[in-house]
Design a protein around this ligand. Structure first.
Ligand SMILES: Cc1ncc(COP(=O)(O)O)c(C=O)c1O
Length: 438
């Protein structure tokens, strides 16, 4: 029996029954241009056969609200279109997009290789999974891809890329990276085995090292920086792309959300399955806000980026500044790789002060700013500033004269304010910091 009652069935029922079962007014004739917000946990079926037929893990699964709703599926479809792939999955945050991907693709005994400049909580996830799930991990230096080649093992199932990297914004040579992972993998692992660099007590040491026994690792990118605008991961050859929609896609600093995108159906199905068993879901209202954000995404992305570059160039010329870590600045680590692979920059970058300034000076500089808020995240209308603490190894990609002299670092995310006003604010704060130091 359907849970939906036509009016004649309700005619002789009590008020409270009618209050519960009154038919909603349908959307026919209401021609809104915006995507409606579809709410609902219990989704009813006309009969049991329809209920049994409804579950469709890879498509529009209208069986239970936790599996999605039309607002969410519209968003997933738009993002897949933006990235140039078949499948999209919407999850509650950028971090959960990373976690669902890794949990979906890896199992006990597998090895995950990730860059040492990766978004911090992804490293914490790797450590946690090593202890709790027996998924081993190691890190490579994205500016020295030999360190990646040296760590491939027959168990390496996933190679992670974040480009440009969080906080230091270096870009690896992605063409070389893809060649190592997708083309040279078998030779590299065979060489390492031959030279005794792979321990022979590993489970797979018994496997003949053939393409039948070991598959090339999957290649995934955290594409949050490019936001589906500045880099096309599937054209390039990535298997999976994750995005923190919290940033530019939402664009107004009021939604937390993430997405996993994949072109290969088998790869996507593995991630989708994991998402189901974890029970992750998002609200349709939040999806509608991100759908609204997508309408102006390219405009905001490019406009904020233009203002950010103007500010980055101004900062580079200031006496307090050692260097600006912005991938379009010629001295930025991996600048040429960025220009080769990316069609635009985002509006987030870091400023490295000269060595005479201390962490306290950098904190005072940030505290003095009037138009920048001290906050995490980026991609919203308000400009943000935060002092970041980096291990010295993170400056390895910098030119020699910078590497030796790096002082404290501040990350700036440029919003929608007039760049002239932001420069005045930065100038006044730099002046105060300078006076404190002299
Ligand atoms: C590169 C990158 N990936 C993922 C995330 C995580 O996104 P969320 O804050 O939505 O969990 C962030 C957040 O700052 C990020 O910078």
């Amino acid at each position: 029996m359907s849970t939906f009652k036509p009016n004649e069935i309700l005619k002789n029922t009590h008020l409270q029954t009618r209050l519960v079962h009154t038919q909603a007014i349908g959307p026919e004739g209401f021609k809104s241009l915006s995507t409606p917000v579809y709410r609902g946990s219990s989704l009813f079926f006309e009969n049991t056969a329809a209920q049994r037929a409804a579950i469709n893990p890879l498509g529009l699964d209208y069986s239970y609200g936790v599996h999605g709703n039309p607002t969410q599926f519209t968003l997933a479809k738009k993002l897949a279109m933006l990235e140039g792939c078949q499948h999209g999955l919407i999850v509650p945050s950028g971090l959960s997009a990373i976690a669902t991907t890794v949990l979906g693709l890896l199992k006990t005994g597998d090895h995950w290789l990730l860059p040492d400049n990766v978004y911090g909580p992804a490293q914490l996830l790797a450590k946690d999974l090593a202890c709790s799930a027996g998924i081993s991990f190691s890190t490579y230096n994205p500016m020295d891809l030999q360190t990646l080649a040296n760590q491939l093992t027959p168990e390496t199932r996933l190679v992670w890329v974040e480009a440009p990297g969080s906080l230091t914004f270096e870009t690896p040579d992605l063409a070389e990276l893809k060649k190592i992972v997708k083309q040279d993998f078998f030779d590299l692992v065979a060489q390492r085995k031959h030279s005794g660099n792979l321990s022979s007590d590993k489970k797979s040491a018994d496997n003949p090292l053939s393409q039948a026994a070991v598959r090339t690792p999957l290649l995934a990118i955290d594409n949050t920086y490019a936001a589906g605008i500045a880099f096309k991961p599937f054209e390039f050859g990535f298997d999976v792309s994750v995005q923190a929609l919290t940033k530019y896609q939402c664009g107004h600093a009021d939604v937390l959300m993430g997405a996993v995108l994949a072109d290969n159906t088998e790869v996507f199905a593995a991630i989708e399955r994991k998402n189901r068993v974890l029970g992750l879901c998002v609200s349709p209202e939040d999806c509608a806000l991100v759908l609204r954000g997508l309408l102006t995404l390219p405009l905001r992305y490019h406009h904020q980026a233009e203002n950010a570059l103007q500010i980055a160039k101004w900062l580079q010329a200031q006496p307090e500044v050692l260097c600006v870590l912005h991938p379009l600045m010629p001295d930025a680590p991996g600048h040429q790789a960025f220009v080769n692979h990316f069609s635009a920059a985002a509006s987030v970058f870091s400023v490295v002060f000269k060595p005479e300034f201390t962490d306290n000076h950098a904190a005072a500089f940030v505290d003095e700013l009037k138009l920048f808020h001290i906050a995490y995240s980026w991609g919203g209308p308000e400009s943000l500033a935060t002092v970041v603490q980096l291990p010295p190894a993170r400056f390895n990609g910098l030119r020699q004269q910078y590497r030796r002299n790096a002082g404290p670092t501040v990350r700036l995310c440029i919003g929608l304010e007039a760049p002239e006003d932001l420069i005045t604010d930065l100038q006044e704060s730099l002046g105060k910091m300078h006076r404190q130091c002299t």
